[in-house]
Design a protein. Structure first.
Length: 206
């Protein structure tokens, strides 16, 4: 998993509340267990018409937001089913940070496991960032995980809260597998001692 330390990027505004995971990635695209290739289907019902052509007025189809790495969203983002494909699709598109007044719990947890930083800020601060994002490429937002701040283009900074363990994992690029591998030496030592135990039956060679 890629580390998340400091991100200065274009932010895309999505002023919609209760965006569920089926809207983020429709169920018909859940046939794969691969994490790559899902970005093209992100917000498919909003981005494309019935013939697969892009809606020219949807934010992620517009310049400069095709290159956005931050999404400013509405309340209760990621509600609905628990599909992990939702953060996979967001990440594959290129989004590393979602800022909203609130998230659905399961989606919020899945973001951390996949290298996305979900930030909860008060509604008035989200509204200010939404307005910044709507000005386009000149409004680059800075997210500093170590300092736990989101900075507006004018320099005003908003502080955010994050669980210390989740912060540690993102700063060091540690998913569940990475956390386990941090203890690789202890695991190897334990297995060696287990193999040498006198009560352990010998395993015949194949």
């Amino acid at each position: 998993m890629d580390k998340f330390t400091r991100l200065e990027a274009i932010a895309a505004p999505l002023p919609m509340a209760n965006v569920d995971t089926d809207k983020i990635i429709p169920a018909r695209f859940l046939k794969t267990i691969k994490r790559s290739g899902l970005g093209v289907h992100l917000f498919a019902g909003l981005r494309y018409d019935e013939n697969g052509a892009e809606h020219p007025d949807f934010v992620l189809n517009c310049t400069p937001y095709r290159d956005a790495q931050i999404l400013i969203a509405g309340e209760n983002f990621g509600c609905g089913s628990s599909r992990e494909h939702a953060p996979w699709a967001l990440l594959d598109f290129g989004l590393r940070c979602i800022i909203a007044p609130g998230f659905a719990d399961i989606f919020y947890n899945n973001c951390f496991k996949n290298g996305i930083l979900p930030i909860v800020l008060p509604a008035d601060q989200c509204a200010a960032l939404m307005a910044d994002a709507q000005t386009g490429a000149n409004a680059r937002i800075i997210v500093d995980l170590a300092a736990q701040t989101v900075s507006r283009p004018d320099g005003e900074a908003f502080a955010f809260e994050i669980n210390p363990f989740r912060k540690h994992c993102l700063l060091n690029g540690l998913d569940d597998i990475g956390l386990t591998l941090e203890h690789a030496a202890a695991i190897t030592d334990y297995e060696a001692r287990l193999d040498a135990a006198p009560w352990r039956p010998a395993i015949p060679a194949l």
